[in-house]
Design a protein. Structure first.
Length: 329
């Protein structure tokens, strides 16, 4: 499109090319770039979170996944950090999503659609589990560099295809044929919900999703959500992945719109005159070390993941000479 540039513009001149990033590395097919000339390797940066990427890729009978089904995009008028805080918060579902929970509970169990309706009902009902369940049955783990993951809170019989479902049985058979029964069992037993790679990625490995958080301004954020197809799995499995993405990421979603409303309200609150310090001390006294070099909450509703992200953010902003957020919680 030369006509859009001055007459003396030369698109072949190396000086007009995009600037190359200093470092590029790949893990399990995901390509990461760093704008810093020096720094930790990708493996060192990801640390234990490589296991969340492994969890998603290993679920494919052929050992590979591919982006498919388009991309969801949504924006909200608040800071980018809120999105990552929400994804690992086990305290909010039964309150934030009350309206969709009640709507799903009013639906008949006999309702039938192409499958997407049933997935929606099961997801929304599951958000209505009692607070005691959220506190004790989920789990929250954090690791260096701000990373974290929330344990899975779903019952297969309520959310994903029950073990007797013919499509799921076909999938298990393909997985066992390619990986062996022991490895297939190990893969299916990994139970993680959201895995956050700080500061801008979130994997949902069981449902083959990747969300990328793009800050536009301090009070404006856009999120891109991608779906992946498990190579070698039945096509119906991918249909379920897209159906679930519609429920939790689509702009018409009853679940997502609850969250967006809260993000906007928090953004308004933070921009108003009020307290200069936000409390992130829930669970502080009960956080315990993790066997993989991180920390986890004794209870699933601990805000250890927010403190962990604050640690990382402060270290980035101060070039590693910042405070430990846990010490000042």
């Amino acid at each position: 499109m030369q006509h859009g540039y001055p007459a003396d513009f030369n698109p072949d001149d190396p000086k007009t090319a995009m600037v190359k990033v200093p470092r590029v590395e790949s893990y399990r097919g995901f390509i990461f770039a760093s704008e810093a000339n020096e720094g930790p390797s990708l493996r060192d940066f990801l640390g234990h979170m490589t296991t969340s990427i492994d969890d998603m890729v290993d679920r494919a009978p052929d050992g590979e996944i591919e982006v498919a089904g388009g991309v969801f995009r949504h924006t909200y008028d608040a800071n980018w950090k809120l999105y990552l805080e929400n994804l690992c918060d086990a305290a909010h579902p039964m309150f934030t999503h009350r309206s969709s929970i009640e709507a799903a509970q009013q639906q008949s169990d006999a309702v039938h659609s192409d499958g997407s309706g049933e997935i929606a009902i099961r997801q929304m009902r599951q958000n209505g589990a009692p607070y005691s369940f959220w506190e004790s049955q989920v789990g929250i783990w954090t690791y260096p560099n701000g990373h974290s993951y929330l344990g899975d809170y779903h019952d297969d019989a309520k959310l994903v295809a029950a073990l007797k479902d013919p499509v799921f049985r076909e999938y298990i058979g393909l997985l066992e044929a390619k990986k062996g029964k022991k490895e297939a069992r190990r893969v299916l037993e990994v139970r993680r919900w959201n895995s956050n790679v700080y500061p801008n990625l979130s994997f949902m490995s069981q449902f083959q999703q990747l969300r990328v958080i793009h800050p536009i301004a301090v009070d404006r954020t856009i999120v891109h959500a991608y779906s992946f197809r498990l190579k070698g799995a039945p096509n119906q499995m991918f249909r379920n992945t897209v159906s679930f993405a519609n429920i939790v990421n689509g702009t018409g979603s009853l679940v997502l719109t609850d969250d967006l409303e809260i993000y906007n309200r928090i953004g308004m609150g933070l921009s108003s005159d009020g307290a200069e310090w936000i409390e992130v001390g829930r669970g502080f006294d009960s956080d315990i070390p993790d066997e993989h070099g991180g920390r986890r909450g004794k209870n699933s509703t601990s805000e250890v993941y927010i403190r962990n992200m604050l640690d990382a953010w402060v270290n980035y902003m101060t070039n590693g000479s910042g405070i430990d957020a846990r010490a000042d919680a």
